[in-house]
Design a protein around this ligand. Structure first.
Ligand SMILES: [Zn+2]
Ligand SMILES: [Zn+2]
Length: 134
């Protein structure tokens, strides 16, 4: 599943990119490392970590961070939102359309020079909801 976009990269960086693109999850650096080792035994954590930083700077992967949790890496690089489970930490992509004017209004109210806006839904994922008594 290698594409042209990743072909100018070193083998290590391509492996890290492949792990992220093939995962349905938003992996942490540790999880990327575990998967990368299966493809490229002998790859070091430092190499994985540096590759993640490189790929992020090149805009080939996204980065998601909530509070003090470990950074997770995202195969989607276009704007999207997330839902996070407050019990098990499951993180999924969420498609929301931003109402016209909301971005400008947020910028105006915060007095920030706005670059991006994201929403996070917090609550129980379907599995945790099933397990919790009504
Ligand atoms: Zn959950
Ligand atoms: Zn995402």
């Amino acid at each position: 599943m290698m594409d042209l976009e990743g072909s100018g990269l070193t083998k290590q960086r391509r492996t890290v990119l492949q792990v992220i693109r093939e995962s349905e999850e938003h992996l942490t650096a540790n999880e990327v490392f575990e998967d990368a080792k299966r493809i490229l035994p002998g790859i070091s954590f430092a190499t994985v970590y540096n590759s993640l930083r490189y790929l992020k700077n090149e805009g080939l992967i996204g980065e998601v961070r909530f509070g003090t949790d470990a950074t997770r890496y995202d195969r989607r690089v276009t704007r999207h939102d997330h839902a996070i489970c407050s019990r098990c930490g499951k993180l999924v992509d969420l498609e929301l359309s931003i109402p016209d004017g909301l971005f400008k209004e947020a910028a105006r109210r915060s007095k920030f020079k706005a670059e991006s806006i994201e929403f996070t839904l917090r609550g129980l994922c379907p599995e945790c909801k099933k397990r919790s008594p009504e």
